[in-house]
Design a protein around this ligand. Sequence first.
Ligand code: NAP
Length: 262
Amino acid sequence: MTERLGSPSTGVVVTGGASGIGRACAVALAEVGRPVAIWDLDGDGAAATAQQCAELGVKSHAAAVDVSERDRIENEAEPTLTALGSVGGIVHAAGMARRAFPAVMDVDTWDVVLEVNLRAHGLIVSVFVEELQRNPGSAVVGIASIEGLIGHGAVPSYTASKHGLIGLTRAFAHRLGRSGVRANAVCPGYIATPMLLPTLTEPGSRERLEQTVPMGRLAEPEEVARVVRFLLSDEASYVTGAAIVVDGGVTAAGGQQLPELT
Ligand code: NAP
């Protein structure tokens, strides 16, 4: 286990931890000794990540949780706290995207996208807020997106949810700052995970996407997880209300080219 100066020893709840960015976050946190609870729709996948974390020598806990269900979130809080012993961090990485293209809005899936990507973060912070305030150095991170900063015409509800997640993060930073709880968002660009890769199955589509990235490549989920780990550590002790871009320069260069719209 890597000892890192300034990492609290409190537990962290990671949603979406069965896959992709959430799983990488859970493992990165376990590597510095933080107990982790994995909440995901995919209970078997959550258990596999929890096992991987336990093998790194930390307490871990897995739960099949649909974060669009308020009751499920509220009911899982106590077992999670009991399993970890404390909660001083939350990473909301569970997410979903629904395409509207060629329609202008994905009317039928709007509610569930907003519930999963946005409302769930607010509910989870709410159920743990007193515990977070009890533990010095507590912090929460919402995994937003570059679509929280720029518009993506093919996924309007996703874009709205990620803009909303950054707004919610700023509200939490304002509301919780005096009690010592920090709140930040991370805005990934194109990350090689099961969410992105199915859209890149056509021959040459991955290469075309990579050409729109100033750094010329997709990222691995661990490259996002290391930023999340920093934000949850005392090394980020004065960072709150920020939306940190991890996108290889896409937004710096003025935004993305949408393969299906160009
Ligand atoms: P991923 O590999 O598909 O992981 C997302 C996880 O969230 C999956 O395990 C998924 O379970 C779970 N999930 C979905 N709906 C859920 C629900 N209602 N309750 C509980 N868990 C649920 O995708 P990822 O790329 O790591 O995405 C993680 C976050 O990063 C998302 O918020 C995404 O919007 C954001 N992000 C990703 C990228 C990218 O390029 N990959 C870029 C920007 C932002 P199932 O597989 O069973 O549905």
